[in-house]
Design a binder for this molecule. Structure first.
Ligand code: PLP
Length: 459
């Protein structure tokens, strides 16, 4: 029986004039204090409304203030919020794991829950390593990855992240893994088409495996649809086929990092489902899985890998909050919203419309160089000169200036000058999957005005 609650008077908190919380990220010039949110909008404490044009950091897939999620949170909190996962489970955790595996489809039988994207990536790297080890392939430990690419902030995930700045800063305290080029589609090296460059990049993967010694290569990790590091990069279909064949040829596990592109964002539950003949061995998801309502991530793996590791004595990895009941219940409610409201179909429909409208804006604009993406995971690349694709100089901080202008107008845009501008400047056009056509009109109105101001500053 639940204990009755005695009313407790809150201790008055003195509001300090300057916040002591530390979050010195790069981006917009000032951190604003938000007050509340509903649907695709949130408000600051001055009552100003913002359209969430990038779903925060491409996370708020089902929009803000969802009542079903709130009710699920309260209901679960009334039962139990935490147990130690290695000894106990609960209905919500079992239901979430079953639902994820069902949505991921055949070959993705078991789900390992964690608290976010980086932890999910770490889990996949370690599961792959332990699987190879218990299979007697103890020399396999190298995880190849792409440059540019992003897989997270923790050291294992950073080691496979393709970003020379982070390597220079954190390299001495981690083991940087070998990189192969990402099949960029806008800034192509001389003499290549999108297709021939993608082929070249797939060939570069095989060459790198051979150079490392295939018997030492454990896995290849990639974002099937790019996130912030490549600005929603999508490769030609042939690239996915080739990568799968190369990995098979050399006994290398293929890991898809779907932290940003998974959980319905591209119009299918896994982005991998767009290339059903080239499915990976392991997948990691986060962000949209809990749509920002709680820290949650997942690694999804086949029985053949998990069972082997479990038989060997258990997975040598875990976190205090893995599979905690509260996050699990929230994850279930988020996925039910995704399914019951057909949000993946809406992502496909609205994604087409958004790219069409952004491309129309690009045709009129002097500084939009490229629009790309899949479903509602899209990016807009900003250039100083469209004919030559020249980037703005670093001193302009073009993508962050765009975010600042948009924010003044009441629009949130998540932007990045990738790897100090080595690969370009862009922002993510990735609103919640709940967006309606009318809301999309407003998003475009605000984006158009943002570029009008930005271009008048740079005329
Ligand atoms: N992988 C990808 C593709 C991401 O986009 C991110 C975060 O943006 C991560 C991993 C890391 O996830 P988290 O920030 O939840 O640790």
């Amino acid at each position: 029986m639940m204990q009755s609650q005695t009313a407790v008077q809150p201790t008055p908190v003195q509001k300090e004039s300057s916040a002591k919380a530390f979050y010195a990220g790069r981006g917009v010039s000032e951190t604003l204090t938000v007050s509340h949110a509903k649907g695709i909008f949130f408000w600051d404490t001055n009552g100003k409304r913002y359209l969430d044009g990038s779903s925060g950091a491409v996370a708020a897939n089902i929009g803000h203030g969802n009542e079903r999620v709130r009710d699920a949170m309260v209901d679960q909190a009334n039962r139990i919020s935490y147990v130690i996962r290695t000894a106990f489970t609960c209905d919500a955790t079992d239901e979430l794991c079953n639902l994820i595996s069902k949505l991921a489809g055949p070959g993705f039988d078991q789900t390992f829950l964690v608290s976010g994207g980086s932890e999910a990536v770490e889990s996949a790297l370690k599961l792959a390593r332990q699987y190879a080890y218990v299979n007697g392939e103890r020399d396999r430990w190298k995880v190849l990855a792409r440059l540019p690419g992003y897989h997270g902030a923790t050291l294992g995930a950073a080691a496979v992240t393709g970003d020379p700045d982070r390597d220079a800063m954190f390299g001495p305290i981690m083991q940087i893994m070998p990189k192969v080029p990402s099949p960029l589609s806008y800034r192509l090296p001389e003499g290549f088409t999108v297709e021939t460059y993608a082929d070249h990049c797939a060939d570069a993967l095989e060459k790198q495996i051979l150079a490392e010694g295939p018997e030492t290569v454990l896995a290849f990790i990639m974002e099937p649809v790019g996130g912030i590091a490549t600005g929603a990069l999508v490769a030609p279909d042939s690239y996915y086929t080739k990568v799968r064949e190369i990995c098979d040829r050399h006994g290398v596990l293929l890991i898809f990092d779907e932290v940003m592109c998974g959980a319905g964002r591209t119009g299918s539950f896994l982005a991998a489902h767009h290339w059903p003949d080239s499915l990976p061995d392991l997948v990691v998801c986060a962000k949209g899985l809990s749509a920002g309502y709680t820290p949650l991530g997942a690694m999804i793996a086949p029985d053949r890998i998990v069972d082997k590791v479990v038989e060997s004595g258990g997975f040598l990895h875990g976190h205090t909050y893995s599979g905690n009941p509260l996050s699990s219940a929230i994850g279930v409610a988020v996925l039910r919203e995704l399914l019951d409201n057909d949000l993946m179909a809406n992502a496909t429909r609205m994604g087409h419309l958004l790219r069409e409208r952004l491309n129309a804006l690009k045709d009129k604009s002097r500084t939009i160089g490229d629009v790309r993406g899949l479903g509602l995971l899209n990016a807009v690349e900003i250039v100083q000169d469209k004919a030559t694709k020249t980037m703005f100089p670093g001193s302009k901080q073009a993508s962050y200036r765009i975010s600042d202008i948009a924010r003044n107008l009441g629009l949130h845009l998540y932007s990045r000058r990738a790897a100090s501008g080595k690969f370009g400047d862009w922002f993510m056009a990735a609103p919640p999957l709940t967006i309606t056509e009318q809301e999309l009109d407003l998003l475009m109105e605000l984006t158009t005005e943002t570029f009008r101001i930005f271009e008048s500053e740079n005329s």
